[in-house]
Every structure is written in C-alpha cells, then in structure tokens.
Ligand binder design. Structure first.
Ligand code: GAP
Length: 595
C-alpha cells in the first residue's frame, strides 16, 4: 500500500498526473494527466471499450458535454443533484458537511444517508470544527448545494445550459434516434466514454474527487418483463458483497459468494445488476485491481441517487480507506419516462405481440345536441367525464342513468345520450418504456486504484527501489530500449531494435541518459514491464543478443535480437510467461546496472 503523499509525489515526478494551472496558482479539483498518465488512462479506456462495448455487443456514441436546461429539469438534476454544504461563519471556508462527520466520527461511514437535519445534529453533538480555521461549526446551517456548472449557450443572455454531470444524459436524450438504430428491438446497450463535470464542494485526494473527470458508462435498455441477462456466463464469478442489511447490522460483515448464488439467494435482486457485477469483477481483475482490496457495496436507501431503485458500488481500498470506483444502478424507467414527459419526442419502443390480439374497448359518443341544452357550459366537461368513465367503469352504463362528479358538482345523465358501445379492436403490440440498467465507471478513480495497487517497494542489488507492477495491457510503456554506451554501433543497433518494436505496435521509450541503473529505476517507477539493453553487437561467429530485464523480478536474460519482438509479444499476449523465457534463454548473471 502506498501513502497518498508517496503516490502523489511519484505521479508528479513521473508524469502521471498533477494539479492543473499551477502557473496561475492552481485550480482546486482540476488535474492534468501527464505523458505517462494520459497513456495509462487511454489504455484503461481501451480495455473498458473492448469489454463493455465490443465484447458485450454494444454501440458507442459521443454526445456534447454542454446540454440545455430543460434536459436537467427533466432528468431531476436541477432539483435533486445536491450535496450538503456548510459555510464557516468565522472564515467563510465551505465544506461538505457529511464528509466532516465521516472524518470526525469513526462509526459513521455514510453521513449523506442521514439527511440534513441529522447531519446538523451530529455536527452540534460532536462540536465539529472548521478544518480551515478551527472555529466551531455547531451553529452554522447545512444547505443543499447543486453540483452542476451553469453556463450560457450563445451570446447575450443566451439560453441557460449546464456541463453534463454524467455522460448518461447524452445517451438518454438521444434515445428516440438510438432505438431506431437498434431497429426498435430490446435489449440493446449504448456506451459512452467522456468527461463529466461536478462543482464539488471539497475536491480531495488528488484525482479521486475532482470537478472534471472521465466516466465510462453503459446504458442497457431492457424490457423488464422479457429480457434476461446471460447470467450463466458469470454465475461462477466469486465476489465479495457488502449488502445494505449487513452494513446496518451490529455484527454485519461481507458475504463471500458467487454471482449465481447471490441471485439465487436474492442478495442481489436484479439479475441484470448481478450480471454486470460479474462482468466488472473479471474486468477489474484483468486490468490489475488487487482483489483482496476490492468489494461490491450496496447503497443504503438514503444514499441512492434520485433516479436509482437499487445500486451497488464497486469499491477499492486505497491509501487505507475505501473509495467508490463504479456504480451499478437499476434506473428503472425513470429517465426515459421523464424525458418522454418533458420533451416533444417519444421515449418508448413498440413491443409487437407474438400474435395480434383482439381486444374489446368501451367507447362513448356523447350526443352534444342533448347534453348542450341540458347542461350548458358544463356539457364539454361532462362529455369528457363520460369518456373516462367508459374506460375505467364500463358497467356504470348498464343502468338507465348515471351520476357524474365534475369539478365538485354532481350531474345525473341519461345513459342513452352517452351512446355507449363495446367495440372490438385488433392490436399488434403496445408502446412500452424500457428500463435502464447502468454500469458507470470513473476512469480517473480506476487509474488511481491501479497505480496504488501496483505501487511496490523492494531492494535490488542492495539498492531500494519503487516500482509499479502494472498489468502489461495497461502499462503506459511496453518496452524501454537502452544503448549501454554511446558507441555508434550500439546506438545504431538500439535505434533499429526500438524501430522494430514500434513497428510491431509496442509503446517504446528510448533512454540513453545516465547509468543503466538509473534508467532501470525510471522505468520501474512508470511500470514498464520490460527493458532491453543493447550491450553488444556480437562478433561474426556469434549471433547478436540483447539483455532483457523483467520489471517485477528484476531478472535478466540474453535473447537473440532477431527473436526479441516475437518473444516479447508472446509474453505480453499471455501466451508464455517470462519464467518460460528464463528456461529457454541464458540468465545474465552480471547485473548490467553495475557495468
Ligand atoms: N450515471 C451515474 C453516475 O454518474 P455516479 O456514482 O455519480 O453515477 C459514477 O458516478 C462514477 O463516476 C463513480 O463511481 C466515480 O468513479 C466517478 N465519479 C463521480 N464523481 C466523481 C468525482 N467528483 N471525481 C472523480 N470521479 C468521480
């Protein structure tokens, strides 16, 4: 485990990430990914795309990040996307009230679920002080603070708009068109990888809580009555679950189970959510999350977002505490129903029946020439009330007359005037609002977790070193090439080795500065799996070989230069291990670092 400070320093030193706009004093909550970080983040995004878009057979879109206000009126973000803000009356510093409690009171893990009044009570009870000036916050009110960044679209007063707080809305608003690309057939999934913005009250822990971050989201549209996930594919995947009931029980703990059992025992009630937890668990393993420091935690009821019926978070333990790295929400029909209600488009799909159905429909055709003279101005409303009554209570028309309540007035109507009839109609299907299941990943938090879980320290040749044991698939650099000395023959060969590796698709770093030992340390700290030192050009009777060093074991072997590309490719693809190569090739006993 790395301390936050050690990781942040390494991230800055080696170009993973650092605070943005430092030349202008910095801007809290904004980070720049440096060359290594940008490459690592790109690799994580590619691995996500490979799994959640391509392997699962989904489609990816790219929507704008600025969206007009009505979208967020409909989605509920304008009203409900708030955090708890407390402002220190003494120094004016603002803080997230729920976080202050979590920091001060060990047994409270999720203060947001308490609600404003109880949060104020706890602040008084524990006499929590302002972290900035030390003054008591006991008398200061806690308020809701909307997290969206507001902007104006177009010149002048323009049209109010917001930077999207989740990529999901860019998918939901385009549903009427997207369903056409899916030929109107459920289930189908749409993914998006891109920035989301939240004006966090107190950004913290480096890239863990920031104001601009990248999300990778999948919106899976399903027919809740028909569509089932391919659960068998992940039924045997083992998971560590922390359900809401266990979090609330005095002696509650984790449930170690499989996805199949968790569904069978109703620990996870939605098979779709369970399916995505299984897929995600395997993906996290593939990219290098330490599974001993990983769990799925169910949201407590007060913690769920306004749109979620159930939600499980993937959480990783970093720097000694748990952070949410992804959320798996059952959003039901909330989003599509809201956009259907607020917009002028239809957010439903037409579900064709297997066979056409003949249905009986009760109809009325009120005789206005009779209703008008009898009821005057109320005649129109009475006709409308007769139409609704025919749908809800057709038996009411069996008597000679019926009584209607319209706007608090009671009217007796002769049933003959209503012209009631039962008609037969043929229906080919019905319009349904799909439900949405959403795996939503934070890419920055995944990157942070991977760095922290890969962070290792040991001693090689009596020298201590820090290295990142990143999975080959996501390491920013695949291979580093070093000419041992700046002799022209060696440099020429090293150049051609680097060119061959690049040609084969490897991310290659070429380093000819400082001792080989220093070059190894630099590559270890950015997690480069292999270093190739070009240390001789061979003599006529011998084939030319290079020294290949594997990062984690710091073991070196001598490999013929002509076989280098194919052997490294085989190790990176997982076809052979470095240990297999150690058996096949001579070990290098002398550490080239000492040469
Ligand atoms: N569309 C659902 C949604 O946005 P969320 O739980 O609010 O759900 C999903 O966000 C993921 O986005 C989180 O699990 C987290 O990894 C990441 N995330 C959320 N807020 C973040 C922030 N301020 N900084 C960095 N990552 C964040």
């Amino acid at each position: 485990m790395a301390s936050q400070q050690a990781l942040t320093e390494l991230a800055k030193r080696r170009g993973f990430f650092f605070g943005s706009n430092e030349a202008y004093g910095g801007t809290a909550g904004f980070y720049t990914f440096g060359p290594q970080g940008a490459a690592l983040k790109r690799n994580v995004e590619s691995a996500w795309r490979e799994e959640f878009t391509l392997r699962l057979g989904n489609e990816e879109i790219e929507a704008p990040t600025v969206m007009p206000e009505p979208v967020f009126e409909a989605s509920g973000h304008l009203d409900g996307f708030d955090d708890m803000l407390i402002e220190c009356a003494e120094c004016g510093a603002t803080h997230r009230a729920d976080h202050l409690i979590e920091d001060a009171v060990e047994e409270i893990e999720d203060a947001e679920a308490l609600g404003i009044e109880r949060v104020e009570e706890r602040i008084r009870e524990h006499d929590i002080a302002c972290p900035a000036c030390g003054a008591s916050l006991a008398g200061d009110p806690v308020e809701e603070f909307n997290l969206m960044f507001e902007t104006s679209i177009g010149p002048g007063s323009g049209q109010p708009g917001y930077l999207r707080p989740e990529t999901a809305q860019g998918i939901f608003v385009e549903f009427p068109r997207l369903k056409e690309y899916a030929r109107g057939q459920l289930p189908f999934g749409i993914t998006q990888i891109g920035p989301a913005y939240r004006n966090e009250i107190s950004p913290r822990r480096g890239i863990v809580r920031v104001r601009e971050f990248t999300q990778a989201e999948l919106e899976q549209f399903i027919d809740p009555d028909e569509d089932e996930p391919p659960l068998a594919e992940v039924a045997d995947v083992e998971v560590t679950l922390y359900p809401a009931a266990e979090q609330q029980a005095d002696d509650g703990g984790y449930i170690e189970t499989t996805i199949g059992e968790a569904v069978e025992n109703e620990v996870i009630t939605s098979p779709w959510v369970a399916y995505f937890l299984g897929v995600a668990k395997e993906w996290y393993e593939r990219v290098g999350v330490d599974l001993d420091r990983f769990r799925f935690r169910q949201h407590l009821s007060g913690e769920r977002a306004h749109y979620a019926a159930d939600c499980w978070d993937a959480e990783s333990e970093v720097n000694g505490s748990w952070i949410e790295i992804a959320g798996f929400a059952y959003r039901g029909d909330y989003d599509l129903r809201k956009h259907d209600e607020y917009s002028e488009d239809r957010f439903t799909v037409f579900k064709r029946y297997d066979e056409e159905k003949t249905v009986e429909r009760a109809t009325v055709d009120p005789d206005m020439s009779a209703l008008g003279p009898e009821f005057g101005d109320a005649a129109g409303d009475i006709a409308a009330a007769l139409e609704s009554l025919a749908e809800t209570d057709p038996d009411a028309f069996e008597d000679d007359e019926l009584t209607l309540d319209v706007d608090g007035e009671s009217y007796t109507v002769d049933c003959e005037v209503a012209n009631f009839a039962i008609e037969e109609e043929t229906e080919a299907g019905e319009h349904i609002t799909p439900h949405v299941v959403e795996p939503s990943f934070g890419i920055g938090r995944t990157v942070y977790t991977l760095l922290e879980h890969a962070y290792s320290e040991d001693t090689v040749d009596e020298e201590s070193r820090t290295y990142l044991s990143l999975a080959s698939e996501i390491a920013p650099t695949d291979v580093a090439v070093f000419p041992l000395v700046s002799n022209s023959e060696l440099v020429e060969l090293a150049d051609s080795v680097a060119a061959d590796l690049r040609e084969a698709g490897f991310a290659v770093s070429y380093d000819d500065s400082g001792s080989i030992g220093r070059r190894y340390r630099r590559q270890d700290e950015i997690g480069t799996p292999f270093c190739v030192t070009v240390d001789h050009t061979g003599i006529e009777s011998e084939e030319t070989t290079v020294t290949v060093r594997e990062r984690d074991a710091a073991a070196q072997i001598r490999v013929p230069v002509d076989e280098l590309v194919s052997e490294l490719q085989a190790v990176i693809d997982g076809d052979v291990t470095f240990a297999d190569l150690q058996t096949a090739y001579d070990a290098v006993e002398t550490d080239v670092t000492t040469e």
